[in-house]
Design a protein around this ligand. Structure first.
Ligand SMILES: Nc1ncnc2c1ncn2[C@@H]1O[C@H](COP(=O)(O)OP(=O)(O)OP(=O)(O)O)[C@@H](O)[C@H]1O
Ligand SMILES: [Zn+2]
Ligand SMILES: [Zn+2]
Length: 803
């Protein structure tokens, strides 16, 4: 094998295929599929991934690989195959699909430099910026007056050249180790040879006479209460040896986890787990939907299924939504499987993530618990993949490679011939429909643990409150019940949906709302810095002290942020001890954990928060859950709005009465008659499913139809309209009559970052030609899309964000 097929690190249509490179003799045997290499590409050197080896190339002249970055492949052959599949599924570039599977630090960083390529004096304009240097940073050059056109000209004329230097961001942490370099007898002899006054050296040598094992330098010096100065002569004389050993950063290293034993399963759990265990045993692929009400013991079923896989010497991937990856959750897995677990989530630093990933790669663990991207864990012998809260939209990646972790799981499950468990109290409509049809295997847990009942939910019509003169954001019932729990020493969870509840700034005189100058969206007021920020671009500005329209001084912030709720609650019930959990209070590392611990230790009566507290929390003393504005999600322009509302209300309600004390839920709403609010308060998933399916059928939405969403953006509004119109026409012409092609429509967020956005939505049942057609569109616009700040067309074959 003398030729490597390489996917180069250039995401574009023309380079979206393997390129052939020769393997020079010094790298033969080292270059294998899945390693990263440095290759010449045009005038520069870049990184690429070897995807296969071959003996023959169709090209006469090929260049050689310059360098190899990995000794062990970082992508398994299976993952290379998954990458290819992903690229076909999502129509993303192959290179992007390979990179999405790897930790951040393994993606190369390039330093761009300008090199002087002549001995002659540079033209004046250039000489000015180079200021006597031969090499300069490209970024610095960009700050200068010289235009890109001029740069181009200078390069063409041979004065200067653009150089790329590939830098790996990979960092490894090492520690110094000390070991004896002699056998026991020689050591004893050296003891005799030591100068009389060298007491410290003597102590060190005696240590190694007693203990043979290598020991970390730091530890050695502290236990023997000595310094490096005493060690140095011993190393110089060759008695001891110092070497570097890699240590993996362990984000949970400072914590010890109490080991837990498997519970004897309840009859329901037993019935649910049996078919899963049987599938593991037979090494078969199957997809299970574990539909279990909140608190029914789904996690215990996961844990025991994983245990079986470990006993079989296989590996397990456990996905949980990012926001549910709480310390409590990690503890449950670490508690059962100890150091056999790697944890991957976004709160870890890039280095920590890389080290957790390497534990998987080096086969030091058999289990990974992580958010979406953990689905690409480089295990080679997977025995089960579990996705908890499978309905969560965070399993869908929303940029570049628009994959859904659920699809990747099923694909990997087929390759590894292993079962998949999708678990939820409120499965996605698509998933439940598949289970009903028999494509997935339905398992049900209908009862809560310890015969606890589902908490009784009461709907409060906030319009009545207003009529009766209560202008506060707390209904009278909710206030009374909070006071009652505080008196009894029980705890309360208050939930506020963040979406649609940002605090915006409005003038009370003229109604003017302060919007972002670059996006069609109201700015959000950030109290601590007294500034207004846009959540879509980075724009920010100070809070104005008068209205820019009418100059009135009555400009105020509106809306109900968690901060405002906290203030209102403190006014209403001054004795309440409140812990607020939102993006602001949990930004600092470890803050999340600290706040939850405080609540668990009953240092507060009320836990007030956003989505962050809706899932995964298991506190026995919580007997009341209050939902402040149940309908805030209902009004989003999204066909899944009702489904999301139902899911969220069910999740939040599930936090109450989980152990011995009975729970209660108060749901405040302006639309108590809405079916998703009604049915969630009755915990009736089946009825909700039936109702929602009728609507989906009538309006031709998933799961009855598939959707493809094109989003076109450009700084010029006319241009966007024109391109979207063309796409609509083309798709209408080429697709069958069965497909609905809708548009061009302005997106719900019509302008982001000074770019206008329009969309075209295709609803269809079966269009085998569709991907080819989309590819033709992308090809057609390729040149325009390459221009900086030019046209952008994104295509999503499974859209979740419709804005
Ligand atoms: N077989 C069992 N015997 C005794 N206790 C159990 C058993 N299975 C689970 N539990 C306990 O019951 C409680 C609820 O279980 P668990 O959290 O697994 O439910 P869940 O369905 O995952 O809940 P949710 O979806 O609401 O997070 C936990 O405290 C768990 O330790
Ligand atoms: Zn005004
Ligand atoms: Zn903006």
């Amino acid at each position: 094998m003398t030729i490597a097929k390489v996917i180069v690190d250039v995401p574009s249509q023309n380079t979206n295929r393997p390129f052939d490179y020769g393997i020079p003799p010094q790298f033969s045997g080292v270059v294998q599929p899945g390693v990263r290499v440095i290759i010449p590409f045009g005038p520069r050197k870049i990184m690429g991934y070897v995807v296969s080896l071959t003996d023959k190339s169709d090209f006469d002249k090929i260049k050689d690989i310059v360098d190899v970055l990995d000794i062990t492949p970082i992508l398994t052959t299976e993952l290379l195959q998954i990458g290819k599949w992903l690229s076909n599924q999502t129509l993303s570039f192959y290179i992007s699909c390979l990179q999405v599977m790897l930790p951040q630090v393994l993606k190369a960083k390039y330093r761009k430099e300008l090199w002087k390529t002549t001995e002659e004096a540079l033209p004046e304009e250039l000489a000015l910026v180079f200021a006597g240097r031969d090499v300069m940073d490209y970024e610095e050059f960009e700050q200068s007056e010289v235009t890109y056109q001029k740069l181009r000209k200078f390069v063409d004329e041979g004065w200067i050249d653009v150089h790329y230097e590939v830098k790996s961001r990979e960092t490894r942490r090492t520690t110094s180790m000390i070991e004896s370099n002699k056998d026991i007898i020689e050591l004893e002899e050296s003891l005799v040879d030591l100068p009389k006054q060298a007491n410290k050296q003597r102590v060190i040598v005696e240590h190694f006479l007693e203990y043979e094992q290598p020991v970390p330098k730091k530890q050695l010096l502290t236990t023997l209460n000595t310094t490096a100065a005493a060690l140095k002569p011993l190393i110089e004389k060759g008695i001891l040896r110092e070497y570097k050993q890699e240590i993996l950063r362990d984000p949970y290293g400072h914590r010890s986890f109490e080991r837990t034993q498997p519970f004897p399963l309840t009859a329901e759990q037993q019935t649910a787990i049996e078919p899963v265990l049987a599938t593991i045993e037979r090494k078969e692929h199957d997809v299970f939907l574990l539909h279990g009400v909140t608190g029914s013991g789904k996690t215990e079923v996961y844990l025991q299924s994983i245990q079986r896989v470990i006993d079989d010497e296989q590996e397990a991937i456990m996905l949980v939504p990012e926001i549910a990856l709480t310390p409590q959750m990690v503890e449950r897995f670490k508690g059962r499987f100890g150091s056999n677990v790697a944890v991957l989530h976004s709160a870890l630093s890039a280095g920590e993530k890389y080290d957790e990933w390497r534990k998987i790669q080096r086969k030091e663990v058999q289990v990974v618990v992580g958010a979406r991207s953990a689905i690409f864990a480089p295990f080679t012998n997977i025995g089960i993949i579990i996705i908890d809260e499978e309905h969560e939209s965070s399993y869908k990646q929303e940029d570049r490679t628009r994959y859904h972790a659920r699809d990747v799981a099923v694909e990997r499950g087929k390759i590894h011939s292993c079962p998949i468990i999708l678990g939820s109290a409120t499965p996605a409509l698509e998933t439940y429909a598949r289970a009903v049809k028999g494509n997935y295997h339905l398992l049900t847990l209908s009862k809560r643990m310890n015969d606890a009942t589902m908490p009784k939910a009461e709907l409060i019509d906030m319009r009545d409150e207003l009529h009766d003169g209560n202008r506060s954001m707390f209904s009278r019932v909710l206030k009374e019940k909070i006071e009652d729990r505080i008196a009894k020493g029980e705890q309360v969870v208050l939930f506020l949906n963040r979406r649609g509840y940002a605090t915006f700034v409005m003038c009370r005189d003229c109604g003017h709302v302060k919007e972002c100058p670059h996006c069609d969206i109201a700015l959000t007021y950030h109290r601590r810095q007294e500034r207004l920020k846009c959540h879509y671009c980075s724009h920010e500005e100070p809070m104005p002290n008068q209205c820019p329209e009418c100059e009135s001084k009555t400009i105020r912030y509106f809306g109900t942020g968690t901060q405002k709720v906290e203030e209102a609650l403190q006014q209403l019930i001054p004795e309440a001890r409140v812990i607020r959990m939102d993006v602001d209070t949990t930004r600092r590392k470890g803050a999340h954990e600290r706040l939850l611990n405080q609540f668990g230790e009953k240092q507060a009566d009320v836990l007030l928060g956003t989505q962050m507290i809706a899932k995964g929390l298991d506190f026995g003393n919580v007997t009341l859950v209050g939902v402040l504005a149940a309908d805030s999600l209902l009004n989003l322009p999204d066909f899944r709005a009702s489904e999301k509302t139902f899911q969220l209300l069910t999740q939040v309600s599930g936090r109450a009465g989980r152990h011995n004390l009975p729970g209660e839920v108060i749901v405040q709403t302006y639309t108590p008659e809405h079916y998703s609010i009604q049915l969630s308060s009755e915990y009736n998933y089946e009825a909700f499913f039936a109702e929602e399916m009728k609507l989906r059928k009538a309006f031709r939405y998933p799961p009855y139809y598939f959707l493809t969403l094109f989003t076109v953006s450009h700084p010029n509004q006319l241009k966007v309209q024109e391109v979207t119109q063309k796409i609509v026409q083309f798709m209408r012409q080429k697709l069958t009559d069965e497909a609905d092609v809708l548009g061009p429509t302005p997106s719900a967020l019509t302008r982001i970052n000074d770019r206008y956005r329009y969309q075209c939505m295709v609803k269809y049942k079966k269009e085998p030609e569709q991907r080819k057609l989309v590819q033709r569109i992308l090809h057609y616009y390729e040149d325009e899309m390459k221009q900086e700040n030019g046209l952008q067309i994104t295509v999503d074959f499974q859209p979740y964000q419709l804005m």
